[in-house]
Design a protein around this ligand. Structure first.
Ligand SMILES: [Zn+2]
Length: 1066
């Protein structure tokens, strides 16, 4: 029953129940970090895509390329949303490149992802990504881009920017005829081997002439013969952007292997190409080029890593020198956050200022106080409280400006009071006219554009090293380091010096970005911010449970709320763990407006016995993280001295332990059912175990510890705590909450020893006699005789001999039986008389009782039964029935024997825990089929069984009040309805209380409110609703079933919390 209804299944006392609010916070994946100090975005490495990243960054930092791409109309390119529609002409590569560039410009993340772009290349695995060389990729990418832009206004984009021509001349030395051949290029490949640098290479290519003579002659078309000739080449058309690939990798034919040229190879920052060009009318300045990108290869020829040095032409990045690293940002921050002098004296202005910097202008009230302290460097209480009252009151008083949530735990700026930027829900897609273009930079620091005025910039464009996701500023002089070595320049990118950037483009990442991409980036940034805030809060926010000392009292060895009715004894406070203890104190102080006197914060621990104060928090300057404060910690807020006038024990040594103590009931009652009484007691863990006796006013005897989880009273579950250990503390003895201890005085001990030491009696089987005690005459003195026997002797013979030896009347022969008396003194059921000692599974030497009444035959069952659960009060009855009778026949016989009338009864079987088990609902089944054996106890329970498919659930109300001096059960369980829904089980205690409510039972904290008959298919929520309409339930005046918590009842105490309201009962 209830199957999966339990999320967890814990024993009646479990640590987990006390760990209120200690649920682990949902783990957010860490969002990608924001941009670093350079304010430039790197690119994630997908695994071997560093060459791609280097090239993409170069293209991105070619503003003319970027802008030409951005200029392509979305109508020409199609939309990425339609990319899976085969009929839609979607030019995915340029679209993805646009998007990536927009991200590199605007997205506030350390590194953008290239997966969408590589997907658009059709690269689906790492193999395809790794197999390229950056020079090769440059051509592949340009070619792919060109073909995907065919038929658009961007069809000549690559040609416009990168296309150049070389003209080759061969002059016949005989006829002086010149043959000319023009070659196109998008990049120039230059040799490295045996050359000192780029200029020498260009010189050898475009200045030096090559002669054909001797063996190596040229075939002149005009002369139609092999002639000597002169070959020369010049650059004819120079592109705006000149890409140069260095032939660093060569093949050594002698060794038959590839190798990398690592010798020195210089290249200039600025280069005049005029010497390498055909003569023309162009102005000299047309030939001058500036270096703006150096792709560097690090490693050997079969692998390695690429990164790129790039000149930030538009000055988008924040370039700083190493030694100034922290300064620009710190300065910008302080300028931004510090209100002006006059403002700090105006609390309204200060608070508005703080709130306007929060996302959605909303913040928990306790954080507002902390932010205020951080902002004006003095707390509210010190600066404003005297004049303006407590912070919360002030916020409430200015409801025209501040909006408080109902609790009130959060405050936000009312809309009219907030600055121009609308909250996100009011944002509409931008109009075609770029809405962000002229917008002043938002106050948020996360915006990569930042506030240019607050940045400290070097003069003019600066260089950065872009290494996948890392972007570092470098000095121009660092480029020289890449002239030679294993790590050296591999591709060079020059731009025509004449190409000027418009002033609007400077430091403006939004420049020429189409509005739909601006919009996309804006939304993505908000999403990122939100995720970071969530993550930040998940990682750094602690929720602390503040227990107010004034709402507690010290009783029974631990602290308990004076009233569980309201939750006012515990307040939750959320605080950033990077705050200091002093900040926490301040927040607590603000939360508790009416606190007077000292405010001491102590770590507390909710244990089964109640709340225990462990240690006082010290070190105001330490952060909560440093003092190892964890989420869900319980904090006791008090004066550090006393609670309700009582000095309370504190510290980890004195943690109270809640123990179940069992004592034997007086011998007189021992046969009448459960022979133990169980009570809960609390002891400090540093007290000695022996103090149990004094605490319970019990003569010093023995303590047995239940070493198993089983709650059954079976002596093999118990071990004696050695006498010398009574001097140990509870902690040293290893006793834990919920442990059960059985205490015995010396006389009970002797009896129990026979119970416990069963194995020792095995030797008795060597004896050749059985003992028989006369139990027929209750009044007379008990007599006992030894009857000689062996294991083959029939019980009938033993009985007859015993009657003779005891000198009893002959009539007893026909109306008596022998019953084994077990080691606890209980009479076991009689067995058929034709059994031998061995067949009856008796041991030689056992004690038998001679009782009135017949023994059952072998086709009969000897059953105990009781009305309700009266077996404790001695009304256990016995009956002999045929094995084959039905449940209803048996019920009838038992009712007759108990002298009971009516048909509103049913039978249950008592289980081995002395508790009522499942009802015997199959009325026509015969007893033997239901596995009912001789010696079983049946219970005559009142009430008709519910119809098939229905359950009858007794509902108990858990009392919020309890008698003084009684150890309360867990505070969590107070004020909640307890439903004993476990298979219609009625425990003895419950029925006793039900039938005799005037009897005071200290263990019982429940009131029976009635039974609910409900379908097995109903849910827990249905059950709660039905329970609400029970007449006696109305006294509790609960507004709705939502306020109820249901627990199962398991032997006097709440068992398991039923959590899932939707779960079916069955
Ligand atoms: Zn010729």
């Amino acid at each position: 029953m209830f199957g999966d209804l339990f999320e967890e299944d814990f024993p009646s006392i479990s640590e987990s129940r006390w760990e209120r609010g200690r649920k682990s916070k949902a783990l957010h994946p860490e969002p990608s970090p924001p941009r670093g100090l350079t304010r430039l975005s790197g690119l994630q490495n997908q695994g071997g895509t560093c060459y791609l990243n280097s090239l993409l960054q170069t293209l991105h930092f070619t503003p003319e390329f970027r802008e030409a791409l951005f200029a392509l109309d979305p109508e020409e390119l199609g939309s990425l949303e339609d990319k899976d529609d085969p009929d839609a002409k979607v030019r995915i590569i340029p679209l993805q490149l646009q998007r990536l560039f927009a991200q590199l410009l605007l997205s506030d993340q350390q590194a953008a992802s290239t997966t969408d772009l590589t997907d658009s290349f059709g690269w689906s695995n790492s193999e395809e990504m790794r197999q390229h060389d950056v020079q090769e990729l440059n051509r592949i990418l340009f070619s792919a881009l060109e073909s995907s832009l065919v038929g658009t206004s961007g069809h000549d984009l690559i040609q416009r920017l990168y296309h150049g021509t070389v003209v080759n001349h061969i002059m016949c030395r005989e006829c002086e005829n010149v043959s000319e051949r023009q070659e196109d290029f998008l990049d120039l490949t230059v040799a490295v081997k045996d050359l000192s640098g780029l200029e020498e290479a260009l010189w050898s290519m475009y200045v030096e002439e090559e002669f054909f003579d001797g063996e190596n002659l040229y075939h002149c078309g005009a002369c139609n013969k092999l002639v000597s000739a002169v070959k020369s080449a010049q650059l004819r058309k120079l592109p705006p952007f000149l890409t140069i690939s260095l032939l660093r990798f060569n093949f050594d034919f002698a060794k038959c292997e590839r190798y990398k040229e690592t010798g020195s190879y210089t290249f200039p920052l600025q280069m005049d190409l005029k010497p390498f060009c055909e003569q023309s009318e162009l102005d000299d300045s047309e030939y001058v080029y500036d270096l703006f990108s150096v792709i560097i290869h690090k490693g050997g020829c079969y692998g390695g890593h690429y990164h790129v040095y790039i000149k930030d032409v538009d000055q988008l990045g924040n370039w700083y020198l190493e030694e100034d690293e922290s300064e620009p940002v710190a300065k910008a921050k302080s300028l931004k956050e510090l209100p002006t002098i006059q403002e700090t004296d105006n609390p309204l202005a200060v608070l508005k200022n703080i709130l306007s910097q929060e996302e959605n202008h909303l913040i928990p009230v306790d954080q507002l106080g902390q932010k205020l302290l951080a902002s004006i460097e003095i707390s509210w209480n010190k600066k404003f409280r005297k004049e303006y009252g407590p912070l919360l009151k002030f916020l409430q008083a200015h409801s025209d400006v501040f909006l408080l949530s109902s609790n009130p735990s959060k405050v936000c700026l009312r809309r009219e009071a907030s600055p121009s930027r609308p909250p996100p829900d009011e944002l509409k897609p931008p109009s075609p006219i770029d809405p962000f273009q002229d917008q002043s930079p938002p106050s948020s620091e996360a915006d990569p554009a930042g506030d240019p005025q607050l940045e400290i910039r070097a003069e003019g464009p600066q260089w950065f090293d872009l290494n996948d996701s890392q972007v570092e500023p470098i000095q121009e002089a660092d480029i020289e380091k890449q002239f030679q070595g294993k790590e050296s320049a591999y591709m060079l990118f020059y731009r025509k010096t004449q190409l000027q950037r418009p002033p609007e483009a400077q430091s403006n990442p939004r420049y020429k970005v189409p509005s739909h991409l601006l919009w996309e980036a804006e939304l993505a940034n908000r999403e990122l911010q939100k995720k970071r805030a969530e993550y930040d809060s998940a990682v750094n926010n602690l929720t602390l449970h503040l227990h107010l000392g004034s709402s507690y009292e010290f009783s029974n060895g631990a602290l308990h709320p004076t009233s569980y009715r309201t939750e006012s004894y515990v307040l939750d406070l959320t605080i950033d763990k990077r705050k200091t203890l002093s900040d926490l104190r301040l927040s607590v102080f603000q939360l508790l407006e009416f606190w007077e006197g000292d405010l001491v914060l102590s770590l507390a621990k909710l244990v089964p016995a109640g709340l225990h104060v462990c240690q006082t928090l010290e070190g105001d300057e330490l952060t909560l993280h440093e003092i190892e404060m964890t989420d869900g910690e319980d904090i006791f807020v008090w004066n550090g001295m006393e609670v309700g006038g009582i000095r309370i024990p504190t510290g980890n040594d004195t943690v109270p332990i809640l123990l179940n103590i069992l004592q034997l009931i007086d011998d007189n009652d021992e046969e009448k059912g459960q022979p133990f009484v169980e009570t809960c007691h609390v002891f400090p863990s540093n007290a000695k175990v022996g103090t149990i006796f004094t605490a319970l006013a019990f003569p010093v005897g023995l303590i047995l510890l239940n070493t198993t989880c089983s709650r059954a009273i079976q002596l093999e579950n118990w071990t004696v705590i050695p006498k010398e250990n009574l001097e140990k503390t509870f902690k040293e003895q290893g006793l834990k909450d919920g442990n059960s201890l059985l205490i015995l005085d010396s006389s009970s001990y002797n009896q129990s020893l026979t119970m416990a030491g069963g194995r020792q009696t095995n030797s008795l089987s060597n004896f050749n006699w059985m003992q028989v005690r006369n139990l027929c005459q209750a009044d007379s003195e008990e007599e006992q005789v030894k009857v000689s026997a062996n294991i083959e002797t029939m019980l009938l013979d033993i009985r007859i001999r015993a009657i003779k030896e005891l000198g009893l009347q002959e009539e007893l022969v026909n109306n008596s039986c022998l019953r084994l008396i077990d080691r606890s003194g209980q009479l076991l059921p009689p067995v058929p008389e034709n059994y031998t000692v061995a067949e009856a599974a008796m041991e030689m030497g056992s004690l038998l009782g001679l009782c009135r009444g017949k023994a059952p035959t072998s086709s009969q069952l000897f059953l105990f039964f009781t009305v309700g659960c009266d077996f404790e009060s001695g009304l256990m009855k016995e009956i002999i029935v045929e094995q084959t009778i039905s449940v209803s026949e048996c019920l009838k016989m038992m009712l007759e024997k108990a002298d009971l009338q009516g048909d509103s009864w049913h039978l249950r079987k008592m289980d081995w825990c002395f508790e009522a088990g499942e009802p015997l609902s199959e009325e026509d089944a015969c007893l033997s089929d239901l596995l009912i054996y001789s010696g079983d106890t049946l219970i005559l329970s009142e009430g008709k069984l519910p119809p098939k498919g229905f359950l009858k659930v007794p509902i108990w109300w858990y009392h919020p009040s309890f008698p003084p001096g009684y150890q309360v059960d867990p505070p969590d369980q107070m004020d909640h309805m307890i439903q004993q829904v476990d298979a219609l089980r009625i425990t003895p205690e419950e029925n006793l209380y039900k039938e005799a409510p005037e009897v005071f039972q200290p263990e019982i904290l429940f009131t029976f409110v009635g039974d609910v008959e409900i379908s097995e298919e109903a849910s827990l929520a249905d059950l709660k609703s039905q329970a609400m309409v029970l007449p006696s339930f109305l006294d509790f005046s609960f507004p709705s079933p939502d306020f109820l918590r249901a627990w199962t009842m398991e032997s006097k105490r709440p068992g398991r919390l039923l959590r899932n309201n939707q779960q079916q009962l069955k």
